[in-house]
Ligand binder design. Structure first.
Ligand code: SAM
Length: 260
């Protein structure tokens, strides 16, 4: 596979779309921005012009060197955005920490999970994703795209789809459609979670067998007796015959607490 394909290198060629993406978080001089995957710098110039400081994380050595030469005021870090430590970011007094990126689609989910995990360090994000992934992040319970990524993201953030972008806006055009999501990190948790690790395990287990009932999916994935799972669901006021995709955040939180 070519490096270009492996690293999802589809570059934005429309400056109006680049500006519209940056407008989603509207950086000001007091804000610090982390750009994920600057590539050839389609978003970087607009970010550098508007934000107080820009850190750009690029895994491709040649592209990192080019962006560094083209935008000397930008701090270019050659690193993997899946594992970069976002928790080290600090806002300037009175400013925000923003994350902006046209993400490499093949690794967009682990990058989103790293960002959600580092939410204490981030205020807002504008992320271009494959349209289906963007819709999954924003999906409500009952929607067939609602899954564990929706639950984990919405636990931490207000999510909305800000912009849809056609394949022709990129060079080379990807085979899929794209959309930009606007994520606003919530400082107060949207529901109270006693044990975040357990919450993650229960949510993932519930969605591991989407076509099974909640009781059967959890029993099977967690290796628990089905009666024990059914009793926990009923104690949480949830019918174990429902499917995972119908549960909202508060119901998952109650269920995880009862499955201690
Ligand atoms: N921002 C540019 C634009 O909009 O034209 C480029 C976007 S391109 C879809 C994705 C970029 O992410 C590429 O520059 C690619 O080299 C970089 N990339 C791929 N995997 C990465 C990773 N794990 N960590 C950081 N950057 C990565």
């Amino acid at each position: 596979m070519s490096k270009r394909r492996a690293l999802g290198q589809h570059f934005l060629r429309d400056p109006a779309i680049a500006r519209a993406i940056v407008d989603v978080v509207a950086p000001t001089a007091s804000d610090r921005v982390v750009e994920i995957g600057p590539g050839e710098g389609a978003l970087t110039g607009e970010l550098a012009r508007r934000a107080g400081h820009v850190v750009a994380i690029e895994v491709d050595h040649e592209l990192a060197a080019r962006v560094r030469a083209r935008f000397p005021g930008v701090e270019v870090v050659e690193a993997d955005a899946r594992t970069w430590d976002y928790a080290t970011l600090e806002a300037a007094p009175g400013g925000r920490v923003l994350v902006v990126g046209n993400l490499p689609y093949s690794v967009s989910k682990p990058i989103v999970m790293s960002l959600v995990t580092a939410r204490a360090a981030v205020d807002e994000m504008a992320l271009m994703l494959q349209r289906e992934v963007a819709e999954r992040l924003a999906a409500s319970p009952g929607n067939k795209t609602y899954g564990s990524l929706s639950v984990f993201t919405q636990l931490a953030c207000e999510v909305r789809i800000a912009l849809r972008v056609p394949p022709g806006a990129f060079r080379p055009p990807p085979k899929v459609e794209s959309a930009v999501v606007h994520l606003v990190v919530q400082r107060a948790p949207r529901v109270r979670i006693e044990d975040e690790h357990r919450f993650h395990v229960v949510v993932r287990a519930a969605f591991a067998h989407r076509r099974k009932t909640l009781g059967n999916a959890l029993a099977r994935t967690l290796g628990l007796p089905v009666e024990r799972v059914r009793a926990a669901a009923e104690a949480a006021d949830i019918d174990p015959g429902r499917r995972a995709e119908t549960l909202d955040l508060a119901e998952f939180a109650r269920l995880a607490a009862r499955l201690a």
